[in-house]
Design a protein around this ligand. Structure first.
Ligand SMILES: Cc1ncc(COP(=O)(O)O)c(C=O)c1O
Length: 352
C-alpha cells in the first residue's frame, strides 16, 4: 500500500486557531522568543497550577537544563529507566554525569522503584521518571526514596496521579511539544517547578545574549511561532485527552473480545493514552500484517538503553520490548480511520 494512503502511527491535530495564531506571529515580523513565549509560559503555569514555567527548544533541552540547575555534573549518577527513548541518556551525558539504568514495572511499563533501590549510591543526584505512554509512575514510592525526582512528562501532558496532574510532584518536570506529542509546536519543551530559584537559573541558561559574565549558557530558546501554536494547542488539551480515552475504550473492547490482556490503567491514575500499548507474542507479525491492512503500528520504544550499552539483566524491559506494540491513537483520527483500525485489529487478533 502506498505510504500516503496508510493511517500514520501519529499525526498532530491542527485547527484554524493554530493556523491563525502562527500567521499572526509571521505577520508581526517578530519571530523569535518574545511576548508569545511569555504568554505560553503563563498559560502553562495556570494549567498546571504551578508558579514557574520556562519554555525551551525541546524536551531534551529541558532535561539538560534541569539537571544542570540541580548541580548535576561529572562524577554524579542519574537513574533513568532502560525502557525509554535515548533523549534521557543524552541529556544526562551532556552534563558529564553517568546514567544508571533501572528496569521497569511489568504492568505500567514505568520505572520500577524496587529495582531503583539497589542502584542508589552516594553519587545518585537525581532520578528521571518518564510517565510512559501517558500513565503516571508510582510517585508516592518514588518520592519516598528522598532523591530529587525530575518528572518527564513528554508523554503525559494531561495525565493524572491521584487526581493531580503529572508534573506537579517532583522537584521539576519537563514537557515536549514535538510534532506528535500530546500538544504540538513542531519542536519545543517546557520546564515547570515550584522552586523559584531553579526556574530562575534555567531561565538564565536558556539564552546567551547580553550577559554580564561568560557563565555557561545555551541557545535553547523557543520561538514565538512555536509558542503561539503551543498556546492554542494547550486550550484543546481536555478535548484531546477525552478523544484519546474514547478511542482507547474502543481498542479495549477488541482486546477483551480477543482474550488478550488490556493495557493496565491503574484506578489512581488518569491515563492520557499518548500511546495505546499492549503485549502480543507475535508482535513483529502483527505490525507487518496491520501495515498490509493500511495501519502503521510500531514498537513504542525503538531499542532499550541497556541493549545499546550491552548491559545485561533488565528482564522486564526485555520481555516488554519483545512483545509491546503501539497502535495509532490521536485526536486527529477520523471516524473512518478508527473503524479501519478496529476492524483490522479484529481481523488479525480474532484468529490468533
Ligand atoms: C519520555 C521522553 N522524554 C524526552 C523526550 C525528548 O523530547 P524532545 O524530542 O522534545 O527533545 C521524549 C521524546 O520522544 C520522550 O518520549
Amino acid at each position: 500500500m502506498p505510504e500516503t494512503t496508510m493511517i500514520p502511527h501519529s499525526r498532530p491535530f491542527l485547527d484554524d486557531e493554530d493556523y491563525r495564531n502562527v500567521l499572526d506571529v509571521l505577520k508581526s515580523g517578530r519571530l523569535v522568543q518574545g511576548e508569545r513565549v511569555a504568554a505560553f509560559e503563563e498559560a502553562f503555569c495556570l494549567e498546571m497550577d504551578l508558579p514557574g514555567a520556562v519554555a525551551v527548544s525541546s524536551g531534551t533541552a529541558a532535561l539538560h537544563l534541569v539537571l544542570l540547575a540541580l548541580g548535576v555534573g561529572a562524577g554524579d549518577e542519574v537513574i533513568v529507566p532502560s525502557y525509554v527513548c535515548t533523549a534521557l541518556w543524552h541529556a544526562v551525558r551532556y552534563t558529564g554525569a553517568t546514567p544508571v539504568l533501572a528496569d521497569i514495572e511489568a504492568d505500567t511499563f514505568n520505572i520500577s522503584v524496587p529495582d531503583i533501590m539497589p542502584r542508589l549510591t552516594n553519587k545518585t543526584k537525581a532520578i528521571i521518571m518518564p510517565h510512559m505512554f501517558g500513565q503516571s509512575g508510582d510517585m508516592d514510592a518514588l518520592l519516598n526514596l528522598d532523591i530529587p525526582v525530575i518528572e518527564d512528562c513528554a508523554q503525559s501532558m494531561g495525565s493524572h496521579y491521584r487526581g493531580q496532574p503529572t508534573g506537579t510532584f517532583g522537584v521539576a518536570a519537563i514537557f515536549s511539544f514535538y510534532a506528535t506529542k500530546v500538544i504540538a509546536a513542531g519542536e519545543g519543551g517546557m520546564v515547570v517547578s515550584r522552586d523559584g530559584h531553579l526556574i530562575d537559573r534555567i531561565r538564565d541558561m536558556r539564552d546567551y545574549d547580553e550577559k554580564e559574565t561568560l557563565t555557561q549558557c545555551f541557545n535553547y530558546k523557543l520561538t514565538d511561532m512555536q509558542a503561539a501554536m503551543g498556546t492554542s494547542q494547550l486550550k484543546k488539551l481536555p478535548v484531546f485527552i477525552a478523544r484519546r480515552q474514547e478511542v482507547a475504550r474502543r481498542y479495549d473492547c477488541v482486546l477483551r473480545e480477543a482474550n488478550l490482556p488490556l493495557p493496565v490503567s491503574k484506578p489512581d491514575r488518569g491515563h492520557g493514552y499518548f500511546r495505546y500499548v499492549f503485549l502480543i507474542d507475535s508482535m513483529d507479525r502483527f505490525i507487518n500484517d496491520m501495515g498490509r491492512l493500511g495501519v502503521v503500528c510500531r514498537r513504542p520504544v525503538f531499542r532499550p538503553l541497556h541493549d545499546y550499552l550491552e548491559q545485561t539483566g533488565f528482564e522486564v524491559t526485555n520481555r516488554v520490548w519483545q512483545r509491546a506494540v503501539s497502535v495509532p491513537i490521536y485526536p486527529g483520527l477520523t471516524d473512518e480511520e478508527e473503524e479501519t483500525i478496529v476492524s483490522s485489529m479484529k481481523t488479525l487478533l480474532f484468529k490468533v
